[in-house]
Design a protein around this ligand. Sequence first.
Ligand code: TMP
Ligand code: ASP
Length: 242
Amino acid sequence: MSSNQKLYEGKAKILYTTADPEILLTYFKDDATAFNAQKRGTIVGKGKINCTISSQLFKLLEAYDIPTHFIDCPAQDQMLVKRVKILPIEVIVRNIAAGSLCRQTGLAEGTIFKFPLVEYCYKNDSLQDPLLTRDRLLIMELATPEQLEHIRNLALKINDILKSFFDQCQITLVDFKIEFGLDANDNLILADEISPDSCRLWDQSQTEPNLRVMDKDRFRRDIGNVEAAYQQVLKRILTQVG
Ligand code: TMP
Ligand code: ASP
């Protein structure tokens, strides 16, 4: 396969081929979307910030034996990754009630859970990423029962690692979305990104609901200071990893 061919363009990233068929180059864009791309904008510097944050978090997870697609970060907004077949499942882990969970259940925002909630959505823009039940997911053959068990265990382990790391950054990990892929040998690998686009992060030094938001909710809810919040997350992570 020839190198640097555009393979796929998503809302926040572009995937290119490389000289090695098993390795892809991800370019992180400054484009931001919300509500299934009904809202569009630009967050200046987001590509570089999210790529750097994701790279650091993937490295952290690898150190705890979580397999990820991360290979290298050759430029601030570029990540070399292992080629995988992405499973069309958005895995969401929640520690505190927020977002769609509050809208759908009436739980008050900020309710702290006794145990993490793991949810699955169907990654399908035309259906607006609907919430799946375990049985729906299996009937649709989006994963095997064994893969689903493995995904759930990995998601909970990832939550434990990230929650305590963000705590050290004085940031509360409210919830996050991750995606998994299968490599050439059908091994399940953490893919996509982990960034303020895909996590809810609350600043522990702030108590006022809008002031504490350090993630894409600033863009979704027009709170403002989006770039500064993303920069602050990056700064704290880099300080923590040393
Ligand atoms: P939700 O409360 O809107 O369902 O979002 C849960 C988490 O998933 C939150 O951290 C934001 C993240 N997320 C994405 O990464 N992509 C999406 O398309 C959506 C809807 C949420
Ligand atoms: N990423 C999703 C979109 O653009 C939604 C979101 O993050 O709120 O549409």
